[in-house]
Design a protein around this ligand. Structure first.
Ligand code: ZN
Ligand code: ZN
Length: 201
């Protein structure tokens, strides 16, 4: 499983896992925002799955630090502080997490370290299928892709720089954290527009 929804999504995710009829063995968290890590603790304890995340985001996932205290873009920090005040920011703490870093393999997926949105944001790349799971670095609507240069991102410049790595990947299908998947020619065209000149497969 890549990302684990909001804290209140656990029952629905467990039903989906049951429907698929395969045991859940691994949960990869692309970054420590509550809409991506919210149900991870509950799913891990229900299924015994191992949780993986980048070492730079693990202390937020385990409740040892709060992202509202991280360095970064002022309005984003204000948004995070407000969310903390409303008790909407910190995902339920995950007891055990396997730390991953750049180029580690989780099953057949490679970790691409793409910080910026959060300090420990990662993307997952399936070389066999050309599938790229980009977390919140890129979002999609039905018509287009856009970089997450919003108040939700702590460091825009770092995010932009991180997404440069996508240029070198022969992406068949982009799967963003928010919005529909983009495939085929439409995906290459939109990535080219987003990342500018240079080689996009
Ligand atoms: Zn998100
Ligand atoms: Zn996010």
């Amino acid at each position: 499983m890549i990302d684990a929804g909001q804290p209140w999504n656990a029952a629905a995710l467990l039903r989906a896992i049951q429907f698929l009829g395969e045991p859940l063995r691994r949960i990869v968290i692309t970054h420590a925002h509550p809409d991506h890590a919210g149900s991870a603790a509950e799913l891990a304890s229900e299924t015994g799955a191992l949780v993986y995340a980048h070492e730079q985001d693990i202390h937020y996932l385990q409740g040892r630090a709060c992202m509202a205290d991280a360095d970064g873009y002022g309005p984003c920090r204000l948004l995070l502080s407000t969310a903390r005040f409303l008790r909407l920011l910190d995902p339920p703490p995950i007891e055990k997490i396997v730390a991953v870093s750049k180029d580690d393999m989780i099953g057949t997926l490679r970790v691409i370290y793409t910080p910026g949105h959060t300090p420990g944001s990662i993307s997952m790349w399936s070389e066999d299928d050309g599938f790229l799971f980009c977390g919140d670095n890129i979002s999609s609507t039905v018509k287009k892709l856009s970089l997450n240069l919003t108040w939700f991102t702590l460091d825009f410049d770092r995010l932009k720089c991180s997404t440069e790595q996508y240029r070198e990947l022969p992406v068949n299908m982009l799967l963003p954290g928010h919005g529909p998947a983009f495939g085929g020619e439409k995906c290459s065209r939109e990535l080219r527009r987003l990342l500018g000149g240079g080689s996009v497969y």
